[in-house]
Write a protein that binds this ligand. Structure first.
Ligand code: ADP
Ligand code: MG
Length: 389
């Protein structure tokens, strides 16, 4: 196992615009970090630089306390698993897994012991004689992981390893990978554009956008304290609701006005909003409910007509339309309204986020939230960890 430390790490091609702006990142020994972000934001580039498959344009990268900028890939003791399984088609699963050790001239009995050991961890025991084409995508990807594991790397790198699998296999292999990490505790960097994968796998999520780190933190921190509109919209399913609004101040009172009404905000964390400020109000669908009785004190309400009902199982997602804007609410499937019904949606003020439109920043994090968020900003670089090279 090893720490990974990036200081001012950057990447540009042929002196063009940086595809990765200088960034600092400290990954602890044994940590499972997910690089999350939309296509093209620089995730694979970052991962390939760690692997040694991509030249570093600036800054430094250390693995296990050693600067590896100029160390070739094969000497970095990292193993990488890609989106396409990349198994040798003419070799059995056994031979595919054994390949890396054979090249190192490891004794036969030792190879045999290791192949069976990793095959058992990945439930491949019964498939060792198969050729890749006679296996499902999930099995092939498990074989690719076993092949990467066999040399007990100090660092595991995964680049969208589940993207080619159907939803059910994806969920299965996701739990396999998580279980494997709990057992081996190998430092892992995992790239995905799928926020659910990131949330379920990561100790820490690095949310990226346009070659920069947008926010980093535990899955819960990113979910509860989105620092930007982008982060708020990217994380969580069903997706965050946004309402365009403008702030009205009258004396001590803070009101936000939007197409379908206005809300008075009483909480301290809204008191610095200024008159005329263009904002986006945001609330997650699971914090929006259908209000049957009278308004209670900290409740904000919205009236509209049910446009869509999507039953998901135990819950249903309802879409409510009011003056052309839409808000969704995740409600128990046992009490769904009908399409066309007029409903009153309610949310608690403390579930509301307010974002400044001009800066894209969350302007409603209270000091307690801020403390939680600052925990997730880049940590000071600690002493290099002990590498196992
Ligand atoms: P992601 O994995 O997040 O989808 P990538 O790391 O693959 O993104 O790419 C980041 C950016 O770098 C993209 O804008 C991509 O077009 C650019 N890029 C990747 N490889 C090259 C290359 N060989 N030459 C120039 N630009 C590249
Ligand atoms: Mg990629």
């Amino acid at each position: 196992m090893a720490t990974i430390v990036c200081e001012g790490l950057m990447k540009q091609y042929d002196g063009g615009q940086p595809v990765l702006h200088p960034l600092d990142l400290h990954i602890d020994e044994g940590e499972f970090v997910v690089l999350l972000g939309p296509s093209g934001c620089g995730k694979s580039t970052m991962l390939r630089m760690i692997a040694g498959l991509e030249e570093i344009s600036g800054g430094s990268l250390s693995i296990g306390g050693t600067v590896v900028n100029d160390v070739p890939a094969r000497e970095r003791n990292v193993a990488m698993v890609f989106q396409n399984y990349a198994l040798y088609p003419h070799m059995s699963v056994y031979e595919n897994i054994a390949f890396g050790l054979r090249r190192l001239k490891t004794p036969k009995t030792e190879i045999d012991r290791r192949v069976h050991e990793v095959a058992a961890m990945l439930n491949l025991d019964a498939l060792l004689d198969r050729k890749p084409r006679a296996m499902s995508g999930g099995q092939q990807q498990r074989a690719a992981i076993a092949r990467a594991m066999i040399k007990t790397p100090a660092v595991f790198l995964f680049d969208e390893p589940l993207s080619n699998l159907d939803a059910k296999l994806r969920a299965q292999l996701r739990t396999d990978i998580k279980r494997l990490h709990q057992r081996l505790k190998t430092t892992t960097v995992y790239v995905t554009h799928d926020q659910l994968e990131a949330m379920t796998l990561a100790d820490r999520v690095i949310l990226m956008r346009g070659g920069r780190i947008e926010q980093e933190g535990t899955p819960t921190e990113l979910y509860r304290y989105p620092r930007t509109i982008f982060g708020a919209g990217f994380i969580g399913t069903p997706a965050m609701n946004f309402l365009d609004a403008s702030v009205k101040r009258a004396g001590e009172g803070v009101t936000v006005a939007f197409s379908a009404g206005r809300w008075q905000l009483r909480g301290k964390r809204f008191q610095h909003l200024h008159d005329g400020q263009a904002v986006k109000l945001a609330v997650r669908p699971n914090f929006v409910r259908i209000q049957e009785n009278e308004k209670v004190d900290d409740t904000l309400v919205l009236n509209g007509a049910v446009e869509l009902v999507e039953v998901l199982g135990a819950e249903a997602l309802i879409t409510v339309d009011y003056s052309g804007e839409r808000t969704t609410a995740l409600v128990p499937a046992s009490s769904v309204p009908h399409t066309g019904d007029h409903v009153r949606l309610a949310l608690r003020e403390h579930e509301l986020h307010v974002f400044d439109v001009a800066s894209g920043e969350n302007v409603s994090l209270d000091p307690v939230d801020e403390a939680a968020v600052s925990l997730s900003t880049p940590r000071p670089h600690t002493a290099p960890g002990v590498g196992v090279h």
